[in-house]
Design a protein around this ligand. Sequence first.
Ligand SMILES: Nc1ncnc2c1ncn2[C@@H]1O[C@H](COP(=O)(O)OP(=O)(O)OP(=O)(O)O)[C@@H](O)[C@H]1O
Length: 707
Amino acid sequence: MAQLAFANSFWETYDRLEKPVKAGVRKAMAKFQQLPIAELYADKGLHLESVHNARDPRMRTIRITDFWRGVVLAPDDGSDIFLLINVSSHDDAYDWAAKQLFTVNTATRGLEVRNVVAIEQLTPTLAAAASEAPELLFEKHSDTVLRGLGIDDQVLSAARMITGEKQLDAFGHFLPEDQFEVLQYLAEGFSPDDVYHEIVASRRPADSGSTVDDSLSMAIVNTHSRITLVSGPEELEEILSKPFALWRVYLHRSQRRVAYRRSYNGSAQVTGGPGTGKTVVALHRVKHLLSQNPEARILLTTFTNALASSLWENLQRLLDDDRLLDRVEITTVDSLANRAVRESTGKGLAPINDVEERQLWRRVVNKLTLPWSEQFMMQEYRHVILAQDISTEAQYLAAKRRGRGSQLRGEQRKLVWRGVEEFLAELDRRNNKTHLQICAQAADLISDEQRFDHIVVDEAQDLHPAQWRLLRAAVPTAPDDLFITGDPHQRIYDNRVSLRSLGINVISRSSRLRLNYRSTAEILSWSTKLLGSEPVEDLGGDGSDSLAGYRSLLSGRRPQVMTYPSENEEVTALAEQIRSWTDQGVPTNEIAVSARFNVLLDKVAERLNADGLPTVRVKNRPRAEDNGVRLATMHAMKGLEFRCVAVVGATAKAVPFDKDITPEELDPQQHRNDLFKQRCLLFVACTRAREELTVSSSGTPSPFLPA
Ligand SMILES: Nc1ncnc2c1ncn2[C@@H]1O[C@H](COP(=O)(O)OP(=O)(O)OP(=O)(O)O)[C@@H](O)[C@H]1O
């Protein structure tokens, strides 16, 4: 009986197939598990046939439906594993299959694939460019060194003509996977020894004796990172019925590279637009760190409790081992701080929330008749005083007010400081603190027993400097201390930091992910326009970040943007839209409605419930399988995803919301930051949609909506 293995490229295509095509795939796969090899070839329905003019004689295609074919690599050396590579339309399948060549890497012994036709066609162009280039990318490495890292003849002669990293990136797409990765590492300045440890040593199977088994099945078994071997019909059924969970298990090359780098000589950072798999990468990094040291204590942290619960569920799936899971603490930074303070002082804390803090500032402003708004005071306290851990008037008078665009003279600063003292005294009287104050206190108090060996941070863009100080204090400075993922385009709390000034240096250990796996290209390109054209400060405060090269391979319907004469009409149209999604078979738990404010969500809930559509508030942390259309404020949409999303109430009054915007005359810089924060909010809400997005308003639409 044959065995079946799947290349990662298969998963990238499978989940996008329509249901009948998926059923066809399952039927074909079942045959591989039921029939002896000779009968497979004879089976009329499967139609396992060779590819005319294929560069790899083992290449075959199978029939899935009249229109779709699967591309398969068939063993010709007496071994019995068939590798399913992808599923595509009839012509694409034959065209692709004819050009590819699978080979076994001499160093890693893994199976790799190259587009041999493209390499041959592009080589003369490379040669022409190389003859005029002042230097070549790999000239300092000898052939012997490159061969020792698994580079074979064809790749070696191409590598010898490559002039720079950009050219390597463009060409790399056609090269065998392990060899391309070796070249990327060398191009980034890693020494051949480091590359050997990073790629070859970690992938090469332990030598079992004097003879090397170079059969196709052995190469398949050796290629864990790119190929899954399926043991039996139950496992196959489980895999094919839950491809969504599989995405968490099979990584794209660019993701695998950052998640499974053996070690970073310090803190590392991964950025990327929405849906590029940063959370997935963070989870895999935890898995990798545990594989390096199963005794390590790891903190995996994120922004909200809801996201922490979802990280826990996914990590459980990924590790599937309770002993390893026990080594990982998953919590928000605020909860970590609360616990550290409670354990050190023996006192429980009930921090006040943002709304209460704002009210308190209003009282302070009124009591001292300060010439600034409560919002200005609250921001000054957070972004200047707490951010720099300022505790005396003298420190404040001398402080740089980074990120603030207004000038405050000495007398004015003294007045602000009086306000701060009043605010702190009032908190003391109430025996209260803010979350950020608790983080600041925890950073000073955290004890050795409360420290971790590694910290992995997801949604890092919204952490405040006080929270970073706590994280810095919670892990000793060492290789692999902090692994940080985030997207500055999704900054919805306007917390800006200079990571370097907080003792976190990610320079030369930063990577960017560019491929979006969540949304269609139509949703992405429309949503990206919401951000406008202002440069975006990067995660660590060292420059700007951009979404250059950010893309999706999925395609679908363009987002629908509607304006209604009244809110009632908008909500009526929303109910119809949701009904049409459920009629098309989208389950209610895969549909979300998001608004800037809860009042509109209340109205939506009332209307949908009256129409017989169940609803659930995201803030009540429903389980993934719970029935009901998800209702969430734009803030609560962070980190989530749904097949269909309706953003409602996107009016000029709600986004931007006046009260959240510092007047330009008071502080032009803060004004710009506040406006950008609101753009980000809309961007976050819209980029949660996987397949369909509608955005509606009644009255004047938000000025941020693209024309
Ligand atoms: N290699 C992959 N192949 C297929 N799907 C993937 C892959 N990596 C991630 N995904 C899927 O893409 C979606 C987005 O991933 P994830 O939530 O990790 O992205 P993110 O970058 O953290 O997003 P955001 O910043 O918007 O929260 C998820 O459904 C995830 O399962």
